[in-house]
Each structure stands twice: as C-alpha cells, then as structure tokens.
Write a protein that binds this ligand. Sequence first.
Ligand code: SF4
Length: 217
Amino acid sequence: MATRRDTPYIWATWLTKLLSGEGQCEWSAWFRAHHKDYDRLPTDLDVAAWTLDHGQLVRTRREQLLAEGYEVFVEDDNAFKRVGKTGIVVSGKPDLVAFRDGRGVIEDCKTGRPRTSDSAQVLVYLLLFPIGNPRCAGLKMSGRVVYRNGTLDVPPESLDAAFRERFVALVQRVGAEKPLAKNPAWAECRFCDIGPTDCLYRVDQPPESAEASTDLF
Ligand code: SF4
C-alpha cells in the first residue's frame, strides 16, 4: 500500500518523457515523487529481456571507451542525489561516465528505437551530475546517447537556458503538494506500473478508432 514520502523524491527518468513531450501524465510523476511502496502492476515492458540487452550494451560500450584510453565509471559508481533548496530531491544514475584529456562524457545506453526523451535524459544528467562532484571539477562535460547501431552526441550547448527553465519548473511542479493532471491514454498507461488502488483511470486497450478500413485511397 502506498505510503507518503517524508520529502518529495524524483528519479530523473520520471521526468524525461514529460520534458520531451513524449509523455503527458504529470500525475504519474507527481504520485511517485510523493509516495513509495505503492501497488505495482506488471507493464508491457519485458524487464528480464531489457536488463540482459541493456547490460550487454553497457559492457560493450565500456570496453570501447577503455580501448580509447578513457577512465570509465559504470552505473552504481555514477549514482547521484541532488537536494534542492526547496527540499526536493532528484536522483539518477547515468550508465557510463568517462574521462580523458581533461574532458568528461556522460553516456546513457538505449536498446529501443531512438526517442527525443533519450537526449533529454542525458541533458538532465549533464545538468545535475557535475554539481558538487569532485570528479567533474574544472572539466568540460558533454553527453552522448549510445544505441545498438550508433551514437548520438548531446553537446553541452544543448543545455541552454530554455531547457534549464523547463526542468526547474517541472521539478517544482512535480515536487509540490498540489496533485498534477492525469492523462489516461493507452500509449502511456501500458508502460505505467501504478496499480488500480491508486489510479482508477488506467486505459487498458488501444482506442477503437486506431485501426479501420477506408475506401478513400
Ligand atoms: S495508469 Fe495511466 S492515467 Fe494512471 S497514472 Fe499511469 S499513465 Fe497516468
């Protein structure tokens, strides 16, 4: 059963689809930020297969970076927790952080098809990971998304004032007491683990209008 958290706690990935516009259900992030131990539903995501694929991609990329002469830190080594002046906590864990020649790169590995939220996630890491982190002191940091078939650079210039403003505003909304709006939609609910005890609005089926025959063409 869901219990209230003492202070708002946000895992970075709860924000990235909202930041990129790929997700609309702000209530799901708000609920997780304020509650723990809620009744979880299995989602459409095959977690076991994802963990295997993702772990393999991270290991392969780590080997590549080591071969290129980087000092590499992986997953748990990169866990961070940033406590804002409001008391809101934002945490995360980049897959890989690598250093060479006075520069650092934060990388996240994705096994699915590329999404805008992948870059947004790396931007959140670029914004928060270096704060108070002695490993990053004085270094120029950049980001990268690593896919199975290639990489996408996320240059530090992408971390502009507009992104910072959107991030801060979203963190403050999600961390505030006032509940945010739900967006019951199959495309989102199918990947949401918040069970019916806490959300009565889950949409379990695709919309009936999704597929139909037509004589128009
Ligand atoms: S089940 Fe759907 S409506 Fe409910 S919180 Fe999750 S995404 Fe939002």
